[in-house]
Design a protein around this ligand. Sequence first.
Ligand code: ARG
Length: 566
Amino acid sequence: MLDFKVKVIDLLQEEIDALSREEISALIEIPPSYDLGDYAFPVFRLSKVFRKAPNIIAEELVGKLGQNEYFEKIENKGPYVNFFINRAKLVETVVEEVRAKADNYGATDVGQGRTVIVEYSSPNIAKPFHIGHIRTTVIGNALYKIYKFLGFNTIAINHLGDYGTQFGMLISAYKKWGDREVIEQDPINELLKLYVRFNKEADEDESLRDEARYWFKELENNNEEAYALWEWIREISLKEFNKVYDMLNIKFDSYAGESFYSDKMPRVIEELKEKDLLKESEGAYIVDLEEYDMPPALIQKSDGSTLYITRDIAAAIYRKEHYDFYKNIYVVASQQNLHFKQWFKVLELMGYEWAKDCIHVPFGMVSLEDGTLSTRKGRVVFLEDVLKKAVAGIMEIMEERNPDLENKEEVAKQVGIGAVVFQELFNQRIKDYVFSWDKVLSFEGETGPYVQYTHARANSLLERGSFNIADDVDYGLLLSEDEINIIRLIYDFPKVVIDAMEKYEPFYITRQVVEIAKAFNKFYNSSQIIVEDEELKKARLMLTYMVKNTIKIGLGLLGIEAPNKM
Ligand code: ARG
Protein backbone atom coordinates (compact mmCIF):
# COMPACT_ATOMS: atom_id res chain seq x y z
CA MET A 1 0.00 0.00 0.00
CA LEU A 2 1.17 3.49 -0.77
CA ASP A 3 2.90 4.92 2.27
CA PHE A 4 2.36 8.65 2.50
CA LYS A 5 5.11 9.02 5.03
CA VAL A 6 7.57 7.58 2.54
CA LYS A 7 6.36 10.19 0.05
CA VAL A 8 7.08 12.90 2.61
CA ILE A 9 10.57 11.51 3.06
CA ASP A 10 11.12 11.30 -0.71
CA LEU A 11 10.11 14.91 -1.18
CA LEU A 12 12.23 16.20 1.67
CA GLN A 13 15.25 14.13 0.70
CA GLU A 14 15.32 15.75 -2.71
CA GLU A 15 15.72 19.18 -1.13
CA ILE A 16 17.88 18.28 1.87
CA ASP A 17 21.33 16.80 1.42
CA ALA A 18 22.42 17.37 4.99
CA LEU A 19 20.19 14.63 6.40
CA SER A 20 19.89 10.95 5.54
CA ARG A 21 16.53 9.29 4.85
CA GLU A 22 16.65 7.67 8.27
CA GLU A 23 17.29 10.98 9.94
CA ILE A 24 14.45 12.65 8.08
CA SER A 25 12.16 9.76 8.91
CA ALA A 26 12.99 9.99 12.60
CA LEU A 27 12.22 13.70 12.65
CA ILE A 28 8.78 13.47 11.05
CA GLU A 29 5.97 13.92 13.54
CA ILE A 30 2.26 13.26 13.54
CA PRO A 31 0.69 16.60 14.51
CA PRO A 32 -1.69 16.67 17.46
CA SER A 33 -4.61 17.68 15.26
CA TYR A 34 -5.39 17.35 11.58
CA ASP A 35 -5.62 21.15 11.20
CA LEU A 36 -1.85 20.96 11.28
CA GLY A 37 -1.71 18.35 8.58
CA ASP A 38 -1.11 14.60 8.59
CA TYR A 39 2.66 14.88 8.95
CA ALA A 40 4.92 17.63 10.18
CA PHE A 41 8.62 18.11 9.67
CA PRO A 42 10.45 20.35 12.19
CA VAL A 43 13.41 22.09 10.63
CA PHE A 44 15.46 22.95 13.74
CA ARG A 45 18.16 20.47 12.79
CA LEU A 46 18.75 22.38 9.58
CA SER A 47 19.39 25.78 11.09
CA LYS A 48 23.09 25.04 11.60
CA VAL A 49 23.49 23.90 8.01
CA PHE A 50 21.61 26.77 6.41
CA ARG A 51 22.55 29.35 9.02
CA LYS A 52 19.10 30.84 8.91
CA ALA A 53 16.21 31.17 11.31
CA PRO A 54 14.04 28.01 11.41
CA ASN A 55 10.93 29.89 10.28
CA ILE A 56 12.71 31.11 7.18
CA ILE A 57 14.07 27.66 6.41
CA ALA A 58 10.59 26.15 6.71
CA GLU A 59 9.14 28.82 4.48
CA GLU A 60 11.79 28.35 1.81
CA LEU A 61 11.41 24.60 1.95
CA VAL A 62 7.68 24.92 1.31
CA GLY A 63 8.46 27.10 -1.71
CA LYS A 64 10.79 24.48 -3.17
CA LEU A 65 8.52 21.50 -2.51
CA GLY A 66 5.77 22.88 -4.73
CA GLN A 67 2.80 20.83 -5.95
CA ASN A 68 2.41 17.07 -6.19
CA GLU A 69 -0.30 14.42 -6.40
CA TYR A 70 0.10 13.00 -2.88
CA PHE A 71 -0.43 16.13 -0.87
CA GLU A 72 -3.12 18.67 -1.44
CA LYS A 73 -1.33 21.24 0.62
CA ILE A 74 2.17 21.73 2.02
CA GLU A 75 2.59 24.77 4.21
CA ASN A 76 4.67 25.98 7.10
CA LYS A 77 3.56 26.94 10.55
CA GLY A 78 6.57 28.59 12.11
CA PRO A 79 9.48 26.16 12.06
CA TYR A 80 7.34 23.20 10.92
CA VAL A 81 6.55 22.07 7.41
CA ASN A 82 3.08 20.56 7.44
CA PHE A 83 1.90 18.03 4.88
CA PHE A 84 -1.81 17.51 4.17
CA ILE A 85 -2.55 14.22 2.46
CA ASN A 86 -4.53 14.44 -0.76
CA ARG A 87 -7.78 12.97 0.52
CA ALA A 88 -8.98 11.51 -2.74
CA LYS A 89 -5.63 9.81 -3.13
CA LEU A 90 -5.91 8.47 0.41
CA VAL A 91 -9.37 7.08 -0.25
CA GLU A 92 -8.20 5.48 -3.47
CA THR A 93 -5.17 3.96 -1.77
CA VAL A 94 -7.14 2.39 1.04
CA VAL A 95 -10.04 1.18 -1.08
CA GLU A 96 -7.72 -0.43 -3.61
CA GLU A 97 -5.69 -2.12 -0.91
CA VAL A 98 -8.71 -3.45 0.94
CA ARG A 99 -10.23 -4.64 -2.30
CA ALA A 100 -7.05 -6.45 -3.26
CA LYS A 101 -6.35 -8.04 0.10
CA ALA A 102 -9.80 -8.46 1.64
CA ASP A 103 -9.49 -10.72 4.73
CA ASN A 104 -5.77 -10.30 4.58
CA TYR A 105 -5.76 -6.55 4.81
CA GLY A 106 -2.79 -5.64 7.01
CA ALA A 107 -1.03 -8.96 6.56
CA THR A 108 2.51 -8.94 5.24
CA ASP A 109 5.33 -11.37 4.81
CA VAL A 110 7.81 -9.59 7.05
CA GLY A 111 8.10 -12.80 9.03
CA GLN A 112 8.81 -15.10 6.14
CA GLY A 113 11.46 -17.68 6.86
CA ARG A 114 11.50 -16.89 10.57
CA THR A 115 10.23 -19.01 13.39
CA VAL A 116 8.74 -17.41 16.46
CA ILE A 117 7.79 -19.37 19.55
CA VAL A 118 5.08 -17.92 21.72
CA GLU A 119 4.90 -19.70 25.04
CA TYR A 120 1.77 -18.90 26.99
CA SER A 121 -0.87 -20.11 29.40
CA SER A 122 1.36 -22.82 30.95
CA PRO A 123 -0.78 -23.65 34.00
CA ASN A 124 0.30 -26.10 36.67
CA ILE A 125 -1.45 -29.43 36.43
CA ALA A 126 -3.58 -30.60 39.33
CA LYS A 127 -4.20 -26.96 40.19
CA PRO A 128 -7.21 -24.81 39.37
CA PHE A 129 -7.21 -22.98 36.07
CA HIS A 130 -8.41 -19.76 37.57
CA ILE A 131 -9.24 -16.23 36.53
CA GLY A 132 -5.60 -15.22 37.08
CA HIS A 133 -4.61 -17.44 34.16
CA ILE A 134 -6.68 -15.45 31.74
CA ARG A 135 -3.97 -12.91 31.16
CA THR A 136 -1.16 -15.10 29.87
CA THR A 137 -3.65 -17.21 27.94
CA VAL A 138 -5.34 -14.35 26.12
CA ILE A 139 -2.33 -12.08 25.60
CA GLY A 140 -0.28 -15.03 24.39
CA ASN A 141 -2.95 -16.17 21.99
CA ALA A 142 -3.23 -12.68 20.51
CA LEU A 143 0.54 -12.43 20.04
CA TYR A 144 0.53 -15.84 18.44
CA LYS A 145 -2.12 -14.73 15.95
CA ILE A 146 -0.41 -11.42 15.24
CA TYR A 147 2.90 -13.11 14.44
CA LYS A 148 1.19 -15.62 12.25
CA PHE A 149 -0.67 -12.88 10.38
CA LEU A 150 2.64 -11.19 9.67
CA GLY A 151 4.03 -14.27 8.01
CA PHE A 152 6.11 -15.77 10.79
CA ASN A 153 6.25 -19.49 11.23
CA THR A 154 4.66 -19.41 14.65
CA ILE A 155 4.69 -22.12 17.31
CA ALA A 156 2.36 -21.97 20.30
CA ILE A 157 3.78 -23.80 23.29
CA ASN A 158 1.99 -24.59 26.51
CA HIS A 159 4.83 -25.14 28.97
CA LEU A 160 2.69 -27.08 31.43
CA GLY A 161 3.80 -27.09 35.03
CA ASP A 162 3.75 -30.86 35.17
CA TYR A 163 6.90 -31.60 37.10
CA GLY A 164 8.50 -30.90 40.42
CA THR A 165 8.42 -31.93 44.05
CA GLN A 166 4.71 -31.17 44.40
CA PHE A 167 4.01 -34.30 42.37
CA GLY A 168 5.83 -36.30 45.00
CA MET A 169 3.31 -34.89 47.47
CA LEU A 170 0.35 -35.68 45.25
CA ILE A 171 1.47 -39.23 44.69
CA SER A 172 1.99 -39.75 48.42
CA ALA A 173 -1.34 -38.17 49.22
CA TYR A 174 -3.15 -40.22 46.63
CA LYS A 175 -1.65 -43.42 47.93
CA LYS A 176 -2.85 -42.57 51.43
CA TRP A 177 -6.27 -41.10 50.90
CA GLY A 178 -7.05 -40.99 47.19
CA ASP A 179 -10.09 -42.47 45.49
CA ARG A 180 -9.83 -42.68 41.76
CA GLU A 181 -13.53 -42.45 41.07
CA VAL A 182 -14.08 -39.48 43.31
CA ILE A 183 -11.19 -37.69 41.67
CA GLU A 184 -12.39 -38.39 38.16
CA GLN A 185 -15.73 -36.79 39.01
CA ASP A 186 -14.14 -33.46 39.81
CA PRO A 187 -10.41 -33.77 39.18
CA ILE A 188 -9.03 -30.37 40.01
CA ASN A 189 -10.98 -29.78 43.20
CA GLU A 190 -10.28 -33.28 44.48
CA LEU A 191 -6.59 -33.11 43.65
CA LEU A 192 -6.42 -29.73 45.28
CA LYS A 193 -8.04 -31.16 48.40
CA LEU A 194 -5.44 -33.91 48.53
CA TYR A 195 -2.67 -31.39 48.11
CA VAL A 196 -4.00 -29.10 50.82
CA ARG A 197 -4.53 -32.01 53.22
CA PHE A 198 -1.05 -33.32 52.58
CA ASN A 199 0.50 -29.96 53.35
CA LYS A 200 -1.51 -29.61 56.51
CA GLU A 201 -0.62 -33.03 57.81
CA ALA A 202 3.00 -32.56 56.83
CA ASP A 203 3.12 -29.51 59.07
CA GLU A 204 2.41 -31.87 61.95
CA ASP A 205 4.41 -34.80 60.72
CA GLU A 206 7.69 -33.96 59.03
CA SER A 207 8.20 -37.51 57.79
CA LEU A 208 5.51 -36.90 55.18
CA ARG A 209 7.84 -34.48 53.44
CA ASP A 210 10.50 -37.17 53.20
CA GLU A 211 7.93 -39.48 51.73
CA ALA A 212 7.01 -36.88 49.14
CA ARG A 213 10.64 -36.40 48.24
CA TYR A 214 10.99 -40.12 47.94
CA TRP A 215 8.10 -40.31 45.49
CA PHE A 216 9.35 -37.46 43.40
CA LYS A 217 12.74 -39.17 43.19
CA GLU A 218 10.94 -42.33 42.15
CA LEU A 219 9.11 -40.37 39.49
CA GLU A 220 12.43 -39.08 38.22
CA ASN A 221 13.70 -42.68 38.24
CA ASN A 222 10.76 -43.76 36.10
CA ASN A 223 9.22 -45.95 38.76
CA GLU A 224 6.24 -47.54 37.04
CA GLU A 225 3.65 -46.83 39.70
CA ALA A 226 4.73 -43.24 40.22
CA TYR A 227 4.84 -42.63 36.50
CA ALA A 228 1.39 -44.08 35.90
CA LEU A 229 -0.15 -41.92 38.62
CA TRP A 230 1.56 -38.83 37.37
CA GLU A 231 0.46 -39.52 33.82
CA TRP A 232 -3.12 -39.94 34.94
CA ILE A 233 -3.04 -36.68 36.89
CA ARG A 234 -1.68 -34.90 33.87
CA GLU A 235 -4.31 -36.35 31.62
CA ILE A 236 -7.31 -35.49 33.78
CA SER A 237 -5.95 -32.01 34.39
CA LEU A 238 -5.46 -31.37 30.70
CA LYS A 239 -8.99 -32.49 30.05
CA GLU A 240 -10.18 -29.76 32.39
CA PHE A 241 -7.90 -27.13 30.88
CA ASN A 242 -9.04 -28.07 27.41
CA LYS A 243 -12.58 -27.11 28.29
CA VAL A 244 -11.38 -23.55 28.69
CA TYR A 245 -9.14 -23.66 25.64
CA ASP A 246 -12.07 -24.91 23.59
CA MET A 247 -14.27 -22.09 24.82
CA LEU A 248 -11.58 -19.60 23.92
CA ASN A 249 -10.88 -21.37 20.66
CA ILE A 250 -7.23 -21.75 21.52
CA LYS A 251 -4.99 -24.49 20.24
CA PHE A 252 -1.38 -25.20 21.03
CA ASP A 253 1.17 -26.73 18.74
CA SER A 254 2.99 -28.29 21.65
CA TYR A 255 2.25 -29.22 25.24
CA ALA A 256 5.86 -29.95 26.02
CA GLY A 257 5.79 -28.92 29.65
CA GLU A 258 8.37 -29.10 32.36
CA SER A 259 8.38 -32.90 32.49
CA PHE A 260 9.43 -33.04 28.86
CA TYR A 261 12.81 -31.73 29.90
CA SER A 262 13.44 -34.18 32.72
CA ASP A 263 15.86 -36.19 30.61
CA LYS A 264 17.40 -33.11 29.05
CA MET A 265 18.72 -31.61 32.25
CA PRO A 266 21.75 -33.79 33.01
CA ARG A 267 23.31 -32.52 29.82
CA VAL A 268 22.73 -28.91 30.86
CA ILE A 269 24.25 -29.54 34.25
CA GLU A 270 27.29 -31.14 32.61
CA GLU A 271 27.63 -28.19 30.31
CA LEU A 272 27.40 -25.72 33.19
CA LYS A 273 30.14 -27.66 34.95
CA GLU A 274 32.35 -27.72 31.87
CA LYS A 275 31.91 -24.01 31.41
CA ASP A 276 32.92 -23.58 35.01
CA LEU A 277 29.70 -21.84 35.95
CA LEU A 278 28.47 -24.18 38.69
CA LYS A 279 29.43 -23.62 42.28
CA GLU A 280 28.83 -26.10 45.04
CA SER A 281 27.04 -24.75 48.04
CA GLU A 282 26.15 -27.13 50.87
CA GLY A 283 25.76 -30.02 48.46
CA ALA A 284 23.60 -28.02 46.06
CA TYR A 285 24.72 -26.45 42.80
CA ILE A 286 24.21 -22.82 41.96
CA VAL A 287 25.24 -20.28 39.36
CA ASP A 288 26.52 -17.26 41.19
CA LEU A 289 24.97 -14.07 39.83
CA GLU A 290 26.19 -11.66 42.46
CA GLU A 291 28.19 -9.75 39.91
CA TYR A 292 24.91 -8.97 38.18
CA ASP A 293 23.11 -7.96 41.37
CA MET A 294 20.92 -11.01 41.40
CA PRO A 295 20.51 -13.87 43.82
CA PRO A 296 22.16 -17.12 42.69
CA ALA A 297 20.31 -19.45 40.33
CA LEU A 298 19.75 -22.72 42.19
CA ILE A 299 20.27 -25.41 39.56
CA GLN A 300 20.30 -28.61 41.58
CA LYS A 301 19.26 -29.26 45.16
CA SER A 302 21.43 -31.20 47.57
CA ASP A 303 19.22 -34.28 47.11
CA GLY A 304 20.01 -34.19 43.40
CA SER A 305 16.62 -32.95 42.22
CA THR A 306 16.39 -30.17 39.67
CA LEU A 307 14.30 -27.04 39.71
CA TYR A 308 11.94 -24.88 37.72
CA ILE A 309 14.82 -22.74 36.53
CA THR A 310 16.87 -25.75 35.43
CA ARG A 311 13.99 -26.86 33.25
CA ASP A 312 13.65 -23.41 31.73
CA ILE A 313 17.31 -23.40 30.75
CA ALA A 314 17.06 -26.90 29.30
CA ALA A 315 13.87 -25.94 27.46
CA ALA A 316 15.41 -22.87 25.81
CA ILE A 317 18.41 -24.86 24.59
CA TYR A 318 16.14 -27.59 23.29
CA ARG A 319 13.94 -25.05 21.51
CA LYS A 320 16.90 -23.39 19.85
CA GLU A 321 18.16 -26.73 18.59
CA HIS A 322 14.76 -28.03 17.62
CA TYR A 323 13.10 -24.94 16.12
CA ASP A 324 16.01 -22.60 15.49
CA PHE A 325 13.81 -19.73 16.60
CA TYR A 326 14.19 -16.12 15.61
CA LYS A 327 12.41 -15.20 18.82
CA ASN A 328 11.39 -17.26 21.81
CA ILE A 329 8.68 -15.34 23.65
CA TYR A 330 7.44 -16.03 27.19
CA VAL A 331 4.12 -14.49 28.20
CA VAL A 332 4.44 -14.78 31.96
CA ALA A 333 3.34 -12.55 34.86
CA SER A 334 5.67 -9.79 36.02
CA GLN A 335 6.01 -11.57 39.39
CA GLN A 336 8.48 -13.78 37.57
CA ASN A 337 10.65 -10.95 36.25
CA LEU A 338 13.60 -11.95 38.39
CA HIS A 339 13.33 -15.60 37.46
CA PHE A 340 13.58 -14.72 33.77
CA LYS A 341 16.38 -12.24 34.26
CA GLN A 342 18.33 -14.85 36.16
CA TRP A 343 18.14 -17.63 33.67
CA PHE A 344 18.50 -15.40 30.61
CA LYS A 345 21.76 -14.33 32.25
CA VAL A 346 22.79 -17.94 32.77
CA LEU A 347 22.25 -18.62 29.06
CA GLU A 348 24.34 -15.60 28.23
CA LEU A 349 27.13 -16.78 30.55
CA MET A 350 26.99 -20.14 28.82
CA GLY A 351 27.98 -18.26 25.70
CA TYR A 352 24.72 -18.52 23.81
CA GLU A 353 24.48 -15.38 21.72
CA TRP A 354 20.82 -16.20 21.04
CA ALA A 355 20.01 -15.56 24.71
CA LYS A 356 19.05 -12.07 23.50
CA ASP A 357 16.28 -13.60 21.38
CA CYS A 358 14.58 -15.02 24.45
CA ILE A 359 12.00 -12.47 25.46
CA HIS A 360 9.96 -12.21 28.59
CA VAL A 361 6.66 -10.43 27.98
CA PRO A 362 5.38 -9.60 31.47
CA PHE A 363 1.95 -8.38 32.50
CA GLY A 364 0.23 -7.05 35.60
CA MET A 365 -2.42 -8.59 37.80
CA VAL A 366 -6.14 -9.01 37.36
CA SER A 367 -8.39 -8.89 40.38
CA LEU A 368 -12.11 -9.15 40.84
CA GLU A 369 -14.26 -6.34 42.17
CA ASP A 370 -14.92 -8.17 45.43
CA GLY A 371 -11.23 -8.81 45.89
CA THR A 372 -11.37 -12.55 45.31
CA LEU A 373 -8.58 -14.14 43.43
CA SER A 374 -6.23 -15.93 45.72
CA THR A 375 -5.80 -19.66 45.40
CA ARG A 376 -5.07 -19.86 49.07
CA LYS A 377 -8.02 -20.06 51.45
CA GLY A 378 -9.92 -21.88 48.74
CA ARG A 379 -11.48 -18.75 47.29
CA VAL A 380 -10.74 -19.80 43.76
CA VAL A 381 -12.60 -18.34 40.84
CA PHE A 382 -12.37 -20.77 37.97
CA LEU A 383 -11.87 -19.24 34.56
CA GLU A 384 -14.38 -21.66 33.12
CA ASP A 385 -17.04 -20.28 35.46
CA VAL A 386 -16.22 -16.71 34.53
CA LEU A 387 -16.58 -17.50 30.84
CA LYS A 388 -19.84 -19.36 31.42
CA LYS A 389 -21.21 -16.51 33.47
CA ALA A 390 -20.34 -14.05 30.71
CA VAL A 391 -22.13 -16.18 28.15
CA ALA A 392 -25.20 -16.47 30.39
CA GLY A 393 -25.20 -12.72 30.97
CA ILE A 394 -25.08 -11.97 27.26
CA MET A 395 -27.76 -14.57 26.60
CA GLU A 396 -30.07 -12.72 28.94
CA ILE A 397 -29.40 -9.42 27.23
CA MET A 398 -29.98 -10.95 23.82
CA GLU A 399 -33.28 -12.45 24.90
CA GLU A 400 -34.37 -8.87 25.36
CA ARG A 401 -32.68 -7.19 22.46
CA ASN A 402 -33.14 -9.76 19.76
CA PRO A 403 -35.26 -12.73 20.88
CA ASP A 404 -35.75 -14.04 17.35
CA LEU A 405 -32.10 -14.30 16.47
CA GLU A 406 -31.04 -17.58 14.91
CA ASN A 407 -28.24 -19.54 16.67
CA LYS A 408 -28.74 -17.39 19.71
CA GLU A 409 -26.68 -19.73 21.82
CA GLU A 410 -23.75 -19.75 19.47
CA VAL A 411 -23.82 -15.97 19.20
CA ALA A 412 -24.10 -15.54 22.97
CA LYS A 413 -20.96 -17.63 23.30
CA GLN A 414 -19.08 -15.56 20.76
CA VAL A 415 -20.17 -12.32 22.36
CA GLY A 416 -19.86 -13.38 26.00
CA ILE A 417 -16.42 -14.85 25.63
CA GLY A 418 -15.36 -12.11 23.25
CA ALA A 419 -16.43 -9.57 25.88
CA VAL A 420 -14.14 -11.07 28.49
CA VAL A 421 -11.21 -11.31 26.09
CA PHE A 422 -11.78 -7.78 24.85
CA GLN A 423 -11.68 -6.31 28.33
CA GLU A 424 -8.56 -8.30 29.02
CA LEU A 425 -6.80 -6.83 26.00
CA PHE A 426 -8.06 -3.30 26.37
CA ASN A 427 -5.17 -1.88 28.41
CA GLN A 428 -1.44 -1.94 28.25
CA ARG A 429 -0.55 -5.39 29.50
CA ILE A 430 1.75 -4.27 32.29
CA LYS A 431 -1.08 -2.48 34.09
CA ASP A 432 -3.04 -4.21 36.81
CA TYR A 433 -6.77 -4.14 36.23
CA VAL A 434 -9.98 -4.93 37.99
CA PHE A 435 -12.27 -7.31 36.21
CA SER A 436 -15.64 -5.58 35.93
CA TRP A 437 -18.84 -7.43 35.14
CA ASP A 438 -20.63 -4.19 34.33
CA LYS A 439 -18.09 -3.29 31.70
CA VAL A 440 -17.81 -6.77 30.27
CA LEU A 441 -21.54 -7.04 29.68
CA SER A 442 -22.12 -3.56 28.32
CA PHE A 443 -23.08 -2.87 24.72
CA GLU A 444 -22.11 0.76 25.13
CA GLY A 445 -18.72 2.36 25.48
CA GLU A 446 -15.43 0.76 24.71
CA THR A 447 -16.42 -2.87 25.02
CA GLY A 448 -16.31 -6.05 23.02
CA PRO A 449 -20.08 -6.24 22.52
CA TYR A 450 -20.07 -2.64 21.25
CA VAL A 451 -17.46 -3.41 18.61
CA GLN A 452 -19.05 -6.71 17.67
CA TYR A 453 -22.41 -5.01 17.41
CA THR A 454 -20.95 -2.39 15.08
CA HIS A 455 -19.58 -5.18 12.95
CA ALA A 456 -22.97 -6.88 12.80
CA ARG A 457 -24.66 -3.58 11.95
CA ALA A 458 -22.20 -2.99 9.11
CA ASN A 459 -22.84 -6.49 7.90
CA SER A 460 -26.57 -6.04 7.81
CA LEU A 461 -26.16 -2.79 5.86
CA LEU A 462 -24.04 -4.62 3.30
CA GLU A 463 -26.69 -7.31 2.96
CA ARG A 464 -29.54 -4.86 2.67
CA GLY A 465 -27.69 -2.75 0.14
CA SER A 466 -26.52 -5.78 -1.90
CA PHE A 467 -22.93 -4.70 -1.65
CA ASN A 468 -20.61 -5.92 -4.35
CA ILE A 469 -16.90 -5.54 -3.74
CA ALA A 470 -16.19 -5.32 -7.46
CA ASP A 471 -18.38 -2.22 -7.94
CA ASP A 472 -16.56 0.89 -9.07
CA VAL A 473 -16.36 3.56 -6.47
CA ASP A 474 -16.17 7.30 -6.98
CA TYR A 475 -13.52 8.18 -4.41
CA GLY A 476 -14.59 11.81 -4.50
CA LEU A 477 -17.80 10.83 -2.69
CA LEU A 478 -16.02 9.81 0.50
CA LEU A 479 -14.31 13.04 1.39
CA SER A 480 -16.36 14.38 4.28
CA GLU A 481 -14.67 14.82 7.64
CA ASP A 482 -16.45 11.82 9.16
CA GLU A 483 -15.61 9.62 6.22
CA ILE A 484 -11.99 10.65 6.08
CA ASN A 485 -11.65 9.95 9.78
CA ILE A 486 -12.78 6.39 9.23
CA ILE A 487 -10.48 5.98 6.25
CA ARG A 488 -7.49 7.29 8.17
CA LEU A 489 -8.08 4.76 10.94
CA ILE A 490 -8.28 1.97 8.39
CA TYR A 491 -5.20 3.27 6.62
CA ASP A 492 -3.31 3.15 9.91
CA PHE A 493 -4.46 -0.36 10.77
CA PRO A 494 -1.55 -2.26 9.15
CA LYS A 495 0.94 -0.08 11.03
CA VAL A 496 -0.93 -0.68 14.25
CA VAL A 497 -0.56 -4.43 13.73
CA ILE A 498 3.18 -4.01 13.24
CA ASP A 499 3.38 -1.90 16.39
CA ALA A 500 1.48 -4.54 18.33
CA MET A 501 3.96 -7.14 17.13
CA GLU A 502 7.07 -5.08 17.80
CA LYS A 503 5.98 -4.02 21.28
CA TYR A 504 4.21 -7.26 22.18
CA GLU A 505 1.09 -5.18 22.86
CA PRO A 506 -2.18 -6.50 21.48
CA PHE A 507 -3.99 -3.58 23.07
CA TYR A 508 -2.97 -1.31 20.18
CA ILE A 509 -5.26 -3.38 18.02
CA THR A 510 -8.06 -3.35 20.59
CA ARG A 511 -7.92 0.45 20.68
CA GLN A 512 -7.84 0.75 16.92
CA VAL A 513 -10.94 -1.38 16.40
CA VAL A 514 -12.80 0.61 19.05
CA GLU A 515 -11.84 3.84 17.30
CA ILE A 516 -13.01 2.47 13.98
CA ALA A 517 -16.32 1.40 15.51
CA LYS A 518 -16.81 4.81 17.11
CA ALA A 519 -15.96 6.69 13.93
CA PHE A 520 -18.30 4.52 11.92
CA ASN A 521 -21.18 4.93 14.36
CA LYS A 522 -20.69 8.67 14.27
CA PHE A 523 -20.97 8.60 10.49
CA TYR A 524 -23.90 6.20 10.59
CA ASN A 525 -25.80 8.43 12.98
CA SER A 526 -25.43 11.48 10.78
CA SER A 527 -25.68 10.00 7.29
CA GLN A 528 -27.83 7.49 5.58
CA ILE A 529 -25.93 4.72 3.88
CA ILE A 530 -28.50 3.05 1.71
CA VAL A 531 -29.56 6.07 -0.31
CA GLU A 532 -31.40 6.53 -3.62
CA ASP A 533 -28.38 7.85 -5.45
CA GLU A 534 -26.66 4.69 -6.75
CA GLU A 535 -23.16 6.15 -6.88
CA LEU A 536 -23.36 7.54 -3.40
CA LYS A 537 -24.76 4.28 -2.10
CA LYS A 538 -21.94 2.28 -3.68
CA ALA A 539 -19.33 4.57 -2.15
CA ARG A 540 -20.87 4.43 1.31
CA LEU A 541 -21.29 0.68 1.16
CA MET A 542 -17.63 0.35 0.26
CA LEU A 543 -16.78 2.38 3.32
CA THR A 544 -19.07 0.16 5.39
CA TYR A 545 -17.39 -2.92 4.00
CA MET A 546 -13.95 -1.60 4.87
CA VAL A 547 -15.10 -0.98 8.44
CA LYS A 548 -16.61 -4.42 8.77
CA ASN A 549 -13.57 -6.08 7.25
CA THR A 550 -11.05 -4.26 9.41
CA ILE A 551 -13.00 -4.86 12.61
CA LYS A 552 -13.28 -8.52 11.77
CA ILE A 553 -9.57 -8.85 11.10
CA GLY A 554 -8.68 -6.89 14.23
CA LEU A 555 -10.97 -8.92 16.48
CA GLY A 556 -9.66 -12.08 14.87
CA LEU A 557 -6.11 -11.13 15.80
CA LEU A 558 -7.26 -10.67 19.38
CA GLY A 559 -8.87 -14.10 19.39
CA ILE A 560 -12.41 -12.70 19.30
CA GLU A 561 -15.10 -13.75 16.87
CA ALA A 562 -17.24 -11.36 14.89
CA PRO A 563 -20.74 -12.75 14.39
CA ASN A 564 -22.61 -11.40 11.37
CA LYS A 565 -25.83 -11.02 13.29
CA MET A 566 -26.47 -10.36 16.92
N1 ARG B 1 3.67 -22.91 35.35
C1 ARG B 1 4.13 -21.62 35.73
C2 ARG B 1 3.13 -20.99 36.70
O1 ARG B 1 1.97 -21.34 36.68
C3 ARG B 1 4.33 -20.69 34.58
C4 ARG B 1 5.33 -21.14 33.57
C5 ARG B 1 5.90 -20.01 32.80
N2 ARG B 1 6.79 -20.41 31.78
C6 ARG B 1 8.09 -20.69 31.95
N3 ARG B 1 8.76 -21.09 30.91
N4 ARG B 1 8.68 -20.57 33.09
O2 ARG B 1 3.52 -20.09 37.43
